[in-house]
Design a protein around this ligand. Sequence first.
Ligand SMILES: [Zn+2]
Length: 460
Amino acid sequence: MPPAVGASADTYYKLRNTKALLFESLPDMTKTFLSLDLEQVMPTNIPPTPTDRDIIYDWNTEGTNAFPPPEHKVELYDETLRDGIQSPSALDPPVDVKLEILRLMDKLGIESADVGLPAASQRNFDDVVRMIRMIRDENLGIQPACAGRTVVSDVTRIAEASQACGTPINIYTFIGSSPIRQVAEDWDLALLIKRTREAVRAGTSEGLPVAFVTEDTIRSDPEDLKQLFQAALDEGATCLCLCDTVGHATPAGAANLVRWTRDFLNDRGYQDVRIDWHGHNDRGLALANALSAASAGAQRVHGTSIGIGERVGNAATDQLLVNMWLLGWIERDLSALTDYCAVASKALGFDVPINYPAVGRDAFRTATGVHASAILKAELRGDLDLADRVYSGVPAAAIGRSQKIELGPMSGRSNAIFWLRNHGMEPDQPKIDALLRAAKQSNRTITEQECLQALNDSRS
Ligand SMILES: [Zn+2]
């Protein structure tokens, strides 16, 4: 049975439809006139802005909820400056640019960031020290972290970086744990356990928090994981980072692994040990997997700006932020989102795809008549929120953007009226006709210049 719409919304729709029918039955010239002064002509009996519940029925929360709200706080851990830079196409940007990216992460309330692998090179070490000093000196709210293999010298290098900047660094020490990896590397479990103990101990003995990262956890044998986790916990690890290193997981698989790990920790008396989720996008499921992992109990989810990372990349931090906000898991000012993606993508040498969610050029842009008409009508009601949501699952205003209506072969009168109003011009019939004539002759959305030229030509 279809969902019932609330009585107030029902009334609202009837009233709105009646007005729309009346309006549509008028001659064009009158409609143009009314469009200009719709609020003055019909100011009464417009219901107050309905609540989301009244005008948006949310099937997402009916029945089985794919992402039930977690009972715990979910934090973000940004990997742009580590896993992002590991992308085969990425540039390693100058440290000043890395500082700028960190400041933008801070504006977005991102709680932690991996700032590199100090053991990888002297430059990496120096950049890490510089970034962490800046985080401290500028009082950013970001907890810094660094990655290293489960090799004592890697962990020691992170401890040296921590001493050089006088700030604790969260150590993320990683080891391959899946049987397929063990076969490929000719490792056995005893060797992995030995390395785990030595590396975790090297970090905790320096008084630093250590997260134990099992690469390819999603394809690892639970009996192996039990022994590896226990070894890390014995040595004082305070976090287990579960990884879908190769992009194998489905949302159900991610949730299964997180729940199994939480049960394991609880059974062994490690209720305070945190669970992180780190996933890749090989199947295009990284975002869904991260949300599912968080729902199932992961307290921190990893991501990178626009998903840049190894192979096809990671879960995208920006998409996680948008979705966690829409799901009501976080309260956040997302107005820095576009800058964060633009600065990071440019620094790493990637273009933001034009059709990319929320921050792509076309995310809030339409040249289609049907879409433009609905948005324009909502705007003319003086209800900007309605205009922002009628054709957008993500409201543009939430990230500091706005709906943009342009003209193309699929456009109608509303596109022309919107365009003219936005350019401070009276939307009279000759101008509307001139714009639509140009738009209909084109095989694509026409440019600002072409619109102006069409108006100019119509005058001569
Ligand atoms: Zn990764």
